[in-house]
Structures are given as structure tokens and as C-alpha cells.
Design a protein. Structure first.
Length: 144
């Protein structure tokens, strides 16, 4: 079962050896992300249809850069995509996974009211350009 934690709790875990995988799109990641995060989108635009679909390389790229016993946090914009990513990684054999509730932007209810403040609203450290080595393009290129 995937553990569920709020952004302030995740921030504490990052100081305890956890790594943060931001599963949002490359454009979302470029607009700001938790300091130290790496970007591996779980959903991408299909080249033929431009419809959003599961990234067929998601698990392979994660496996190329993180061992199965790595302590991993997955986060997205509101918490839904990261839960999907955590489920995929659980099926792939990862054992220490945390899904960040509220994601980077916060979770809202049906009326649009914030129910879980996100990373940004929690005033946690944000980076917009932390180096190419954290980008999906770089990680994908370094995947065997």
C-alpha cells in the first residue's frame, strides 16, 4: 500500500533520504517544482493523436535511475497522476513509495475549494531551473 503524506511531511522526508519524482508534464515541471525533484512524466501527449496517455517509458526511466529499494516520493499537480504513478511503480516492484497529497498546486473539492494545500501554497522551497540533469529529457537520454 502506498503511503499518503502532505507537502510539509514530504519536505521532512526529503531530509531523510527520500527522492522526489515529479510526474507532471515537462512544461508543468519547468514552471516550478520542489527543489531536488526530477521530472519523469507519467502521462504524455500521444504523438499521433495529441491525446494524453500513459507514458510507455515511465517505469523504464524510473528503473534506470532508481533501485527498487529506493525511498521515493511521487508528486504531481493535485495528487491524482502521482497516485497512478505510485500504483505503476508498486506493480514494478518498488517497495517504499509515498504519494504527496495535494501535489504541487493543491487538491480541490468539486466546488473548487482547497482541501489540501499544495507544495507551493505550503511555502516550501521551489525551483524553476535547477539544472538539466533533473529534466525528463536528460533522464530519458541517460536511460540504457
Amino acid at each position: 500500500m502506498v503511503e499518503q503524506r502532505t507537502p510539509p511531511e514530504v519536505h521532512t522526508l526529503l531530509g531523510e533520504g527520500y527522492r522526489y519524482i515529479d510526474v507532471r508534464t515537462e512544461a508543468e515541471f519547468a514552471g516550478g517544482h520542489p527543489v531536488g525533484a526530477v521530472n519523469i512524466p507519467v502521462i504524455i501527449a500521444d504523438p499521433a493523436t495529441q491525446q494524453m496517455t500513459i507514458n510507455p517509458d515511465f517505469v523504464n526511466v524510473v528503473e534506470a535511475h532508481f533501485p527498487k529499494d529506493a525511498k521515493i516520493i511521487v508528486g504531481c499537480q493535485g495528487g491524482g497522476r502521482s497516485q497512478r504513478a505510485a500504483d505503476l511503480l508498486t506493480r514494478a516492484g518498488y517497495t517504499t513509495l509515498v504519494n504527496m497529497l495535494g501535489g504541487f498546486g493543491g487538491a480541490v473539492d468539486e466546488s473548487g475549494r482547497a482541501v489540501v494545500p499544495g507544495w507551493r501554497a505550503s511555502q516550501l522551497p521551489v525551483c524553476a531551473d535547477c539544472g538539466a540533469e533533473n529534466s525528463y529529457a536528460d533522464l530519458r537520454n541517460r536511460t540504457s
